[in-house]
Structure formats: structure tokens, C-alpha cells
Design a binder for this molecule. Structure first.
Ligand SMILES: CC(C)(COP(=O)(O)OP(=O)(O)OC[C@H]1O[C@@H](n2cnc3c(N)ncnc32)[C@H](O)[C@@H]1OP(=O)(O)O)[C@@H](O)C(=O)NCCC(=O)NCCS
Length: 116
């Protein structure tokens, strides 16, 4: 739940807050899928459909949508639940990012295929 300190000067939640949390959600899914360290290599697409306000309950849903040799493309959808007295659940953002699986030394490694 973003707080007022995350607001921009217009009273909406700063896009950078959303982007950071999308990267966290996508990276966690890539880590889980590849069972180890990953790095973000590309942000392929990012669309903000509606603003987020402080007090919205924001949920991030991440899914691996394409698997390469060392890379994973992850789609992240973001939903906000607003107005606790009369809740509505709206998609606010969607994004696609690519992560590369790394070994402990920071070198590329193959993504395990048994998770494919
Ligand atoms: C991630 C990193 C190790 C990749 O090394 P690299 O030698 O450039 O690797 P490659 O060019 O062979 O690409 C590795 C994989 O990423 C994919 N990839 C690279 N650039 C990409 C891009 N712009 N978009 C989509 N996929 C990309 C390649 O297709 C390849 O996938 P595959 O193995 O599944 O076929 C290196 O680029 C790096 O360290 N980048 C910085 C990462 C980082 O610090 N992220 C946080 C930023 S704050």
C-alpha cells in the first residue's frame, strides 16, 4: 500500500515507485523459475493505464511468458483495490521485462529446463 510520501506533486503515486515494484515482482518470479540469481537486462514494454493513489491496495502478478537459453521474459500485471467502503479492483499497469540467469560469480547460466 503506497503512502503519501510516494506521491508526485499532483497527488498520484510516482511512476518510479510502480516501476521499482514491478521489477521486484518480475525479478522474484525469474529467480523462482531459474532457482537462483538473476539480473534485469531489458524493460521491453511498460504501460500505465490508470493512476494509483495513496491508500490503494496494490497487487503485482508476475508470470514467465517466454524462456530463452539464459533469459526469461516476465509479464507483470498490476491491480489496485480502491475505496474500502465500496471496493473496486482495476488494472492500473502492465509491463514486460527480460531477466538473465546468473551464477554466483555474475556470469550467465542456462535456465533449468525442468521448470519450462
Ligand atoms: C545481463 C548480462 C550479464 C547479460 O550479458 P550479455 O553478455 O550482454 O548477454 P547476451 O547478450 O548473451 O544476452 C543474454 C540473454 O539476454 C537476452 N538479451 C540481451 N539483451 C536483451 C534485450 N535488450 N532484450 C531482450 N533480451 C535481451 C539475450 O537474447 C540472451 O538470451 P538467451 O540466452 O535466452 O538467448 C549483462 O548485460 C549485464 O550484466 N547487464 C547489467 C544487468 C544489471 O545490472 N541489471 C540491473 C540494472 S539496474
Amino acid at each position: 500500500m503506497p503512502m503519501p510520501k510516494e506521491e508526485n506533486v499532483f497527488g498520484d503515486i510516482f511512476g518510479g515507485w510502480v516501476m521499482a515494484h514491478v521489477d521486484l515482482a518480475g525479478g522474484l518470479e525469474a529467480m523462482r523459475h531459474s532457482r537462483g540469481r538473476v539480473a534485469t537486462v531489458a524493460v521491453n514494454a511498460f504501460q500505465f493505464h490508470q493512476p494509483i493513489s495513496s491508500g490503494d491496495l496494490v497487487s503485482f502478478y508476475a508470470e514467465v511468458v517466454n524462456l530463452g537459453r539464459t533469459s526469461m521474459t516476465v509479464a507483470v500485471q498490476v491491480f489496485a483495490e480502491r475505496h474500502p467502503s465500496n471496493p473496486v479492483f482495476v488494472k492500473v499497469t502492465e509491463a514486460t521485462l527480460t531477466y538473465v540467469a546468473l551464477d554466483a560469480d555474475g556470469n550467465k547460466r542456462d535456465v533449468p529446463r525442468e521448470n519450462a
